[in-house]
Ligand binder design. Structure first.
Ligand code: FDA
Length: 527
């Protein structure tokens, strides 16, 4: 798709090239097309938000979760479409395709690089905020969840019906199901049950031709691809049918903080040898950040060892004392709670009342840049020391690295079972996060995280250096957002996210969306 020229609203003339065929249309024609197809005027006003609409900014900003992409200079969509019915989604695809607008699909708006609500070419957002129904069927242990629902809404929906079923998805309760399941979905139940997408058993998708497909009609190739092969790539996934998993009525969570003066480096060194081998029922994670030292006016680095056992505290203490005595876990570090409360615990929120899971704005929004690594060999102790010391630098005031132990169920699933390939042999995944408040300083902070990432190159997986698609990092390489992107060009980032599955994803994309209608900076390109 190629935009050759455009001018200002409302008389925008866009010249679009879809793999060679050139179309010239206007923004007015696009709106006309959509209004005609939606037809009912009271519905139109609830579905189409143009830049002249007084609610435009609030609808746009409602699910922007990275302030880096909501500055006055950030490109804005020509319109935001908030469909209420499947036919509105089909119409949006039809009119954007025929009138030269790139489509960006948004569910929860947590894309780390903002690609669900920003584009460098004229675009419209298809915002699934009204597609957020959660239907839980405890008898059959399944749920249908619409893409615009958050993980919190799904967790809440399950917990309000039963205390003994759960769902293995991400820790943060405000992320959207649509984007999350399009890239994998790892959380505290990951060692026991694998990824969120490992539990998807059906889906409802609208493809580039506006056809509504279910698992049977889309076929196993496309069904494989949408379970982690990237958002805004194969179509609009409206809903997912997921298999729920058993959880005990009581789980035990813990936190033990160790700073540099308390042997954080040595304890982390030990952790990396054993965390992936612990029983599947025990998930552990280490959060590394700068904190105040006990010496007045000084800073230190803290490794916060956290975890959750699917069981009681009396089971947890002897287990840790046996396997990881260096941690010094005591009963006062532990709290028993329900699985659904543990989501709030890891999110740093009070665990009561649990209906905060329905609050999409419970977490603060700042400017963020993230990067990820998968580590297959233990780091040297000097390597860990150097990594921790980087958090003493000035730019790391609001930086954190979240390191999650793998192993368990993740070791048992083949690399090509689904598009997400980072399975057997991974010791841990690291998500490096840097935040800032003043946009003018963005470069300094981004530079710091790039240095941290460069430092970690010796310790991370190699050939390729694997990265987690759910935390997009455009530093890894991008598509041409205008025109054709070759397989070779996209392989630069594609192999890091998908390893050998990238080739199959490209083949499926070529079959289902050869004109590359669904696209973004890191969507799978057709051949
Ligand atoms: P958003 O709406 O921004 O979409 C992300 C991508 O998917 C975009 O390309 C978008 O176009 C596409 N897309 C969205 N809906 C679609 C649909 N219905 N059909 C087709 N394409 C669609 N991950 C993890 O595995 N475990 C975790 O614990 C966390 N925690 C976490 C915390 C925080 C604060 C953030 C910001 C992110 C995470 N993540 C995470 C990463 C998260 O899973 C990832 O950013 C998801 O893509 C977010 O999905 P949203 O729907 O919110 O994003």
């Amino acid at each position: 798709m190629k935009f050759l020229q455009h001018s200002v609203l409302p008389f925008l003339i866009v010249t679009l090239s879809l793999n060679g065929a050139t179309l010239a249309h206007s923004y007015g024609d696009f709106l006309h097309c959509l209004s005609l197809r939606i037809s009912n005027s009271s519905t139109i006003s609830k579905v189409i938000y143009t830049q002249n609409n007084p609610s435009y900014s609030s609808v746009l900003n409602a699910s922007i979760h990275n302030a880096r992409f909501s500055t006055p200079t950030t490109p804005k969509p020509y319109a935001i479409i908030t469909p209420r019915k499947t036919s509105h989604v089909q119409s949006t695809i039809y009119c954007s395709k025929n009138h030269g607008f790139q489509l960006r699909i948004r569910s929860g708006g947590h894309d780390v690089e903002g690609v669900s609500y920003v584009s460098q070419v004229p675009f419209v957002i298809l915002d699934l905020v009204n597609f957020r129904e959660v239907k839980v069927d405890t008898e059959n242990e399944v749920a249908w969840v619409q893409s615009g629902a958050t993980t919190g809404e799904l967790y809440y929906g399950i917990a309000s019906k039963t205390q003994t079923l759960g769902f293995p998805a991400g820790i943060c309760h405000t992320i959207g199901i649509g984007g999350h399941l399009s890239g994998g979905g790892f959380g505290v139940l990951g060692r026991k049950y694998g990824l969120a997408v490992d539990h998807v058993i059906d889906a409802k998708l609208v493809d580039a031709n506006g056809r509504v497909l279910r698992r049977k009609s889309m076929g196993e190739d496309l069904f494989w691809a949408i379970r982690g092969g990237g958002g805004n790539t194969f179509g609009v996934v409206l809903a997912w049918k997921v298999k729920l998993v058993p959880v005990p009525p009581v789980v035990t969570v813990f936190t033990v903080n160790k700073n540099l003066e308390q042997n954080a480096t040595k304890i982390f060194n030990r952790w990396q040898y054993i965390a992936h081998k612990l029983p599947k029922d025990l998930f552990t994670t280490v959060w590394v950040m700068k904190v105040n030292s006990s010496q007045v006016g000084k800073k230190t680095v803290q490794a916060s060892f956290r975890g959750m056992l699917l069981g009681g505290v009396d089971e947890l203490i002897p287990l840790i004392q046996n396997e990881f005595p260096e941690l010094g876990l005591a009963k006062e570090n532990c709290t028993q709670m329900s699985w659904v409360q543990s989501i709030l615990y890891f999110g740093g929120l009070p665990i009561q009342p649990v209906d905060i899971l329905l609050n999409r704005h419970a977490l603060p929004v700042s400017s963020v840049k993230e990067k990820t690594d998968f580590v297959r060999e233990p780091m040297s102790e000097t390597g860990i020391e150097g990594f921790m010391n980087m958090f003493l630098e000035e730019e790391a005031d609001f930086a954190i690295t979240m390191i999650e132990a793998f192993g368990g169920r993740m070791d048992e699933i083949r690399e090509n079972e689904l598009p997400y390939p980072h399975r057997a042999g991974i010791l841990f995944e690291s998500t490096y996060i840097v935040q800032w408040t003043n946009e003018a300083d963005a470069g300094t902070y981004i530079n710091w995280i790039r240095r941290l990432y460069s430092y970690m190159a010796s310790y991370a997986s190699k050939s390729p250096r694997e990265a987690y698609y759910n935390y997009k990092d455009l530093d890894l390489g991008t598509n041409n957002i205008i025109g054709y992107t070759s397989y070779e060009q996209a392989s630069v980032w594609g192999l890091k996210y998908f390893k050998n599955n990238f080739k199959r994803l490209v083949q499926i994309k070529t079959k289902v969306d050869p004109m590359n209608f669904f696209r973004n900076e890191q969507s799978i390109p057709p051949l």
